[in-house]
Design a protein. Structure first.
Length: 485
């Protein structure tokens, strides 16, 4: 539990960043180490091959020198003609040749080259023995040309073998470099996969918590206060979930208090109204009908006021029950087009009474929602349009699906809604200037009820500008087709 409390959003982000960066850092370090190792190996091979090449060239040059000196020594086969320094020069060149061979063997050449070096040395020794022997035996003729030919062939073989050795060394270096490159790519890819896996896990944890917060906020916005709010994940996000849970319980208490208050007010109003209604009816019945009688006018006004108060009480009670813990399970697939046509049929008498024309642009739309509340939205908007439309006016209704939303627009040719009144028309008991000026009946709860119904479907209702060359009120309702936004 203490470990969970330590994992705040900030700590989780830092920890995830560190865990994600470590594999990347290791990949970079491994790449740098591999490049350094490859570079060092390349320098070593190049240096070694360079030394071997230089020594091989020196050996071949000395072999050529010793052949030339040996031939000169043979040509001067008569001891009387041969100068003493000739043999000394020959011995010097031979010693230099032997030293070059020893230097080459010290470079740790492979066995094949070492054998060729020894073979070259043996052939040179054979030539030397033949030359010195012929000198001691009074110019005995020997097959010295064949010996020189064997020396040249051994030197050429050594040269070719060394070239092959150099090619082999560089091929091995290239293969090793490619192998290290392949290993670097594999290990780097593995480290990157680990890094991205850590990032993906971090994003999954955070996104799950954010989805829970989003769902909780939308449930609160739609008035669903039944289910407790639980948010898992980092400690600070769980803290936000706990605050939302506190807000849910607080809103639930306020909602219950509001409903009880409105219900009590409605009951307190209804009881005196019932008594007043009976007294007013008795007063009207006891008075002979006389339109000019002040007592008769008073009785009629009293009856009208009582009926108006009774309507206000009924609307108040209805408004208090809108958010009485709406059950999400009540949502079902509703064909709004059929529902709209049913409501329009019921309004035909009211339309006929004012000779109103109805123009409809309606497309089939299926919405996941509460049928009674969707019906209430249509009825209230159409009732307002009928109420404020002039005689022989026109009402326009548009229903369509706009992406993931259902759009319902109701527009009339009445006085419209002023721009400064639009933010307030959906408030309870608000009555616009035109309604007060014309003394329109109604408690001012119609559009407030529409707003609550729309909010229960996580939608939006607003007053928008009238169409071109029109001046009436135009109200648009947008509701998600699947019940979520």
């Amino acid at each position: 539990m203490k470990f969970k409390n330590l994992l705040s959003l900030k700590t989780l982000i830092v920890l995830g960043f560190v865990i994600a960066v470590i594999p990347l850092f290791l990949a970079v370090m491994y790449a740098a180490f591999g490049m350094r190792e490859t570079s060092a190996l390349g320098r070593t091979v190049n240096s070694h091959v360079f030394e071997q090449t230089k020594t091989i060239r020196l050996v071949l040059q000395k072999a050529s020198d010793i052949e030339r000196k040996a031939k000169l020594f043979v040509l001067l086969s008569d001891p009387t003609l041969r100068q003493p320094y000739e043999r000394q020069s020959y011995e010097t060149v031979r010693a230099s040749f032997k030293q070059a061979l020893n230097d080459l063997l010290k470079l740790h050449v492979d066995n094949r080259i070492a054998l060729l070096v020894n073979e070259l040395s043996e052939k040179e020794n054979l030539i030397y023995q033949q030359i010195i022997g012929s000198d001691d035996e009074n110019n005995l003729e020997l097959p010295i040309d064949e010996a020189f030919q064997g020396l040249r062939e051994s030197a050429a073989t050594l040269s070719r073998e060394f070239e092959n050795h150099v090619d082999h060394e560089f091929n091995e270096l290239r293969q090793l470099s490619e192998s290290m490159e392949h290993g670097l790519l594999v290990k780097g890819a593995a480290l990157l996969v680990i890094s991205f896996s850590v990032i993906a896990i971090l994003l999954i944890v955070l996104s799950r918590s954010m989805r829970q917060l989003d769902l909780s906020i939308r449930r609160l916005g739609s008035g669903d206060l039944v289910e407790p709010i639980l948010v898992n994940g980092p400690s600070d996000l769980r803290y936000l979930g706990n605050r939302l849970e506190w807000l849910r319980t607080h809103l639930l208490e306020l909602e219950v208090s509001k409903q009880q208050f409105m219900q009590n007010v409605a009951r307190e109003i209804e009881l005196p109204l019932a008594s007043l209604r009976r007294d007013a009816e008795l007063l009207a019945e006891e008075t002979d009908y006389d339109p000019h009688s002040k007592r008769q006018q008073t009785a009629l006004q009293l009856c009208a006021g009582i009926e108006k108060l009774s309507a206000v009480s009924a609307e108040l009670l209805r408004y208090s029950q809108i958010n009485s813990l709406p059950d999400i399970k009540r949502k079902e697939s509703v064909n709004v087009k059929d529902l709209l046509e049913t409501v329009v049929d019921e309004f035909q008498p009211a339309l006929t009474e004012k000779a109103l024309a109805l123009r409809m642009l309606v497309r089939p739309v299926e919405v996941s929602g509460i049928a009674e509340q969707l019906r209430g939205i249509i009825e209230q908007l159409l009732a307002n349009a009928v109420k404020y439309s002039p005689e022989e006016g026109e009402i326009r209704i548009m229903l369509r699906d706009a992406g993931a939303l259902m759009e319902l627009e109701v527009e009339d040719e009445g006085p419209g809604i002023a721009a400064d009144e639009r933010p307030h028309v959906f408030e309870p008991f608000y009555r616009g200037k035109h309604a007060e000026a014309t003394n329109q009946d109604g408690p001012g709860l119609g559009l407030a009820i529409v707003k609550e119904y729309v909010a229960n479907h996580q939608g939006k209702v607003e007053v928008i500008d009238a169409r071109q060359d029109q001046h009436g009120a135009r109200i648009r309702v947008q509701i998600p087709l699947d019940g979520e936004i």
